[in-house]
Structures are given as structure tokens and as C-alpha cells.
Design a protein around this ligand. Structure first.
Ligand code: AGP
Length: 364
């Protein structure tokens, strides 16, 4: 992949469009069908060490933190290791207890984000084992880490991260599968996840074909002053990331909330001028998500759902292809990247260089 716009008007559009190929690259040469696992050459974590890990703590900033939230859920689900993610910028200032049985993972597109680098250096100073999930090969965090997984998204020029987010989440899927197969994930489940990973590029291409409809939807929501994004468990980090995308590129205020928390406050915001984007995967929480949409409808809120089937309670549904439950978050954010892009375009924003932002934040 090159730095050329290749016929696109903006890098953001180009990078969204490249995602099927980018995911092909993060998978390439890593799948081992015989043992229903993956090979991650640079991980530097042997099976005995992997079995001894008691906790996983993932650190990153912005979009990379959101990718880490999905990664933590994948690691818990597939490897059954307690895992969580925290903004690196918070972690480094709170004198965190550094535990020798915890595996720390730093996530960064650029590998140069100062807060993430400082967190890694502090961890290393205290003797922790730190892996990197990084895009830029040989970057500062990649050099500082004990090992890790490169996400191979290719160069990302737009300040607003899209393809790198997707590839990072896929890289976490690989890592979770790898750790799972060293621990208790069955061959059958390993194969199920591998089949799901292989379906991703084709499914991404299908989603990208819906761009003309998403463009129309973006135009119809572009007059909103504020938007709410909701999701539950697997859908919540997708909501967080989608709301960040909309904020960064369109300057529309957006807030993400767990759908389960609606009744604890945000329902007060609902009125016709405050649209909600609901992430509604077809998993065991489907009925709960439908109930949340009903609550919003009962208060005359407009709803745009991202779901695996048309949602009766929503005003509009973007239907995305179903994958395995654990991998669904990878796909559900992609139409919302296009929504943010077309909203920003409709509002005449500077898409590749939003005001006040830099591609890598290399200062405190
Ligand atoms: C993404 O759209 C943002 N521009 C921003 O949140 C970014 O993800 C963050 O600054 C972290 O950057 P990194 O991945 O290069 O460390």
C-alpha cells in the first residue's frame, strides 16, 4: 500500500476502503489449521509462560484503547484469562500495582504515543513483561516491548484511525485464539474462530458496498447537535469507538453509554432532537438491546441500529453480516466509520486533519 490517494478524495475514505485487504494481511501466514491455532512469530512468550499468566492488562490511548477494550473481552472469552483495558494516559499517573503474574499489552498505531510509551517504560522499570500490539514496525513502543504482534494495517495517514483500529482488533482475535489454544480452548472452538477470521475480509467488502445508503443516512442525521451511542458488553466498545469517530471528524458531540446504564441517567437526554445509534448484535443480549430501543422509542427518540437483522424498533437499520459472536465487534464498527465520514463530508469538515488534533501525540 502506498501514500498515494489512489483516486479517493481523502485518506480517511481510502483507508476505510482498504480494510478487507488490510485484514487479509494481518491474517496472512499466521493460521495453523492443523492445530487450530495461530503462529505469532514475534510474541516471545512460550507456552509455559503463557499458561502462567494470571491477568492481562491492556493499555492504549484513544482508538487504540477502544481496540484494547475489545481485545480484553476476546482474551477473557477465548482464553478465560481475566483481562481489562485502561487508557495508558491514566495508568501512568496512578502509581498502579505492578503484578509479576500480569501480562501487560501496549496498543498503538504509531508506536510513538508518549503516554503509552511512558507507561511501558514505567512497567519495564518495575520488571513487568510487556507486549506490543503495534502498527508501525520498529517504532519506539515496539522497540521497548518484550515482544508482540504487528497489525500490518499499512500506512495510516488520516488523523482519524480506521483501518488500523480494525486490524488491531483482528490482531487481538489472533492473540486471544493463540492464548486460548495454549490453555483450554477446544480444537472445535479454535476451528470455529479460524473460520470466522477467514470470513472477515469478504464480509468487510459486503459492508463497504452499503456506502451509498450510509451516505444518505449520514445526511439525514447530520443536523443533530448531539448523538448517543449505546451497546452492551461486546457492543459497548464499538459504541465508544463510533462516538469518538463522529466527534473527531464531524465535531458533533457524541456520547457512548452501556445500554444497560440507560435507566441510570442518560434516558433523561432522549427527545426527538437527540438520535441514538444502537449496536445490536444477534447474541444472547439481543432481547435486552431490543428492550433498550423500546425505552428510547417510548420517549420519541430516533434510532439508527447496526444489527444482523432489520430492527423493528429502529427508524433505520444498517444490517451487517453475522460472524462468530466473539468476532462480531470487528465488523459492527465499520459502517459507523462511513457514517462519521459522510457526516463530516456533509458538514464540510477538514476530514484528514480535524481541528486541534495530531496523528501521533508524542508530547505529554
Ligand atoms: C484516533 O482516531 C485518534 N486520532 C486517536 O485517538 C489515536 O488513536 C490515539 O492518539 C492513539 O494513537 P496511537 O494508536 O498511535 O497510539
Amino acid at each position: 500500500e502506498s501514500y498515494d490517494l489512489g483516486g479517493h478524495d481523502t485518506y480517511m475514505h481510502k483507508e476505510i476502503a482498504e480494510q478487507a485487504d488490510a485484514v487479509d494481511r494481518v491474517l496472512a501466514g499466521r493460521i495453523d489449521d492443523r492445530f487450530a491455532t495461530v503462529h505469532l512469530g514475534g510474541l516471545n512468550l512460550d507456552p509455559r509462560e503463557a499458561r502462567a499468566v494470571r491477568r492481562v492488562k491492556i493499555l492504549g490511548c484513544g482508538t487504540s484503547y477502544h481496540a484494547g477494550l475489545i481485545g480484553a473481552q476476546m482474551i477473557e472469552e477465548l482464553a478465560r484469562i481475566p483481562a481489562d483495558a485502561e487508557p495508558a494516559s491514566e495508568f501512568r499517573y496512578r502509581n498502579a500495582v505492578v503484578d509479576p503474574d500480569t501480562l501487560y499489552i501496549a496498543v498503538s498505531q504509531s508506536g510513538e504515543t508518549y503516554d503509552a510509551l511512558a507507561a511501558v517504560q514505567e512497567l519495564k522499570r518495575k520488571g513487568a513483561r510487556v507486549l506490543g500490539v503495534i502498527n508501525v514496525v520498529g517504532s519506539a513502543i515496539a522497540r521497548e516491548a518484550d515482544g508482540g504482534v504487528y497489525v500490518h494495517a499499512g500506512p495510516e495517514v488520516c488523523v482519524v484511525s480506521t483501518k488500523c483500529f480494525t486490524n488491531t482488533v483482528v490482531a487481538f482475535g489472533l492473540l486471544a485464539l493463540h492464548l486460548g489454544r495454549i490453555r483450554d480452548l477446544s480444537v472445535k472452538d479454535g476451528k470455529r474462530i479460524i473460520d470466522g477470521l477467514r470470513r472477515l475480509p469478504g464480509q468487510i467488502a459486503e459492508i463497504l458496498k452499503q456506502e451509498p445508503e450510509i451516505e444518505k443516512l449520514a445526511k439525514s442525521y447530520a443536523d443533530a447537535h448531539s448523538m448517543l451511542f449505546i451497546g452492551r458488553v461486546r457492543g459497548y466498545p464499538v459504541a465508544l469507538e463510533a462516538s469518538l469517530k463522529l466527534k473527531e471528524v464531524s465535531y458533533i458531540h457524541a456520547e457512548a453509554y452501556p445500554a444497560s446504564e440507560l435507566k441510570h441517567g442518560p434516558l433523561a437526554l432522549i427527545e426527538p432532537a437527540m438520535p441514538t445509534v444502537a449496536i445490536v448484535p444477534e447474541d444472547d443480549l439481543l432481547e435486552k438491546n431490543r428492550a433498550a430501543m423500546e425505552e428510547i422509542k417510548a420517549r420519541s427518540g430516533r434510532i439508527l441500529a447496526v444489527a444482523h437483522q432489520e430492527q423493528e424498533k429502529a427508524d433505520h437499520t444498517i444490517v451487517v453480516p453475522k460472524n462468530e459472536d466473539e468476532l462480531d465487534p470487528i465488523l459492527m464498527g465499520i459502517p459507523l466509520q462511513l457514517l462519521a465520514y459522510h457526516t463530516a463530508l456533509a458538514l464540510g469538515r477538514d476530514i484528514d486533519k480535524p481541528r486541534n488534533l495530531a496523528k501521533s501525540v508524542t508530547v505529554e
